[in-house]
Design a protein around this ligand. Structure first.
Ligand code: PRP
Length: 211
């Protein structure tokens, strides 16, 4: 597929190495969770390259240094369940970030997203959101989640995922061309059950041992 300009597929060797371990059907749950956490941090690093800064000076033991601090409030928005494993590592890097959970599952027959949890307050409390979900299959869940965040009033949204299907990338970028996607890989295709091939199976089940 021709990759749209706002879709970034990481070329970092660590991402490629860890993604291969993540895909392996013999990778057990504990290692799988560890890899999800590490990959999320690496991709968030790439996704946040343009975070605005304000200037701030700091006293070192030797004098005054000119420095910076984050200007905007960052929201981490995992799509339950599978996005949960992507939160902790990024949250450690940005301890001041707010975490807002969205519960969305995909109906197994229709493959349409079903929303079941959303406790966002009326007014937005962050300026930029990282929407977190390891899998982008039909794109229905991500598209629905982005709509929720836009309705909430957030203008700058970045989707951070691990594996996407070309079909899902097309759906999300057409519906929300202003939302960049940061991914570890775009795979071959979706099968009849809506699973990404070759993918890694069900990211929620493999994290939480519920297969
Ligand atoms: C998976 C995955 C995404 C969604 C992707 O979740 O984590 O949220 O499907 O599919 P889509 O792009 O076709 O919408 P699932 O519905 O299996 O829920 P779970 O994380 O609770 O297992």
């Amino acid at each position: 597929m021709k990759i749209p300009a706002n879709v970034h597929v990481s070329t970092h060797p660590l991402v490629k190495h860890k993604l291969t371990l993540l895909r392996d059907k013999d990778t057990e749950h504990k290692k799988f969770r560890e890899l999800i956490r590490e990959l999320a941090m690496l991709l968030a690093y790439e996704a946040l390259m343009d975070l605005p800064l304000s200037e701030r000076s700091v006293q070192t033991p030797m004098g005054t240094a000119r420095g910076h601090e984050l200007l905007e409030k960052v929201g981490l928005v995992p799509i339950l369940r599978a996005g949960l494993g992507m939160v902790e590592g990024i949250h450690e890097m940005i301890p001041g970030a707010q975490v807002w959970h969205l519960g969305i599952y995909r109906d197994e027959k229709t493959l349409r997203p079903v929303s079941y949890y959303n406790k966002l307050p009326v007014d937005p409390t962050v300026q930029v959101c990282l929407l977190l979900d390891p899998m982008l299959a039909t794109g229905g869940s991500a598209t629905a989640a982005i709509e929720v965040l836009k309705d909430w009033g957030v203008r700058r949204i970045k989707f951070v995922g691990l594996i996407a299907a070309p079909e899902g990338v097309q759906v999300v970028t057409e519906a929300h061309p202003d939302v960049p996607l940061f991914l570890a890989a775009i795979d071959d295709h979706l099968n009849e059950q809506g699973f990404i091939v070759p993918g890694l199976g069900d990211a929620g089940d493999r994290q939480f041992g519920t297969a």
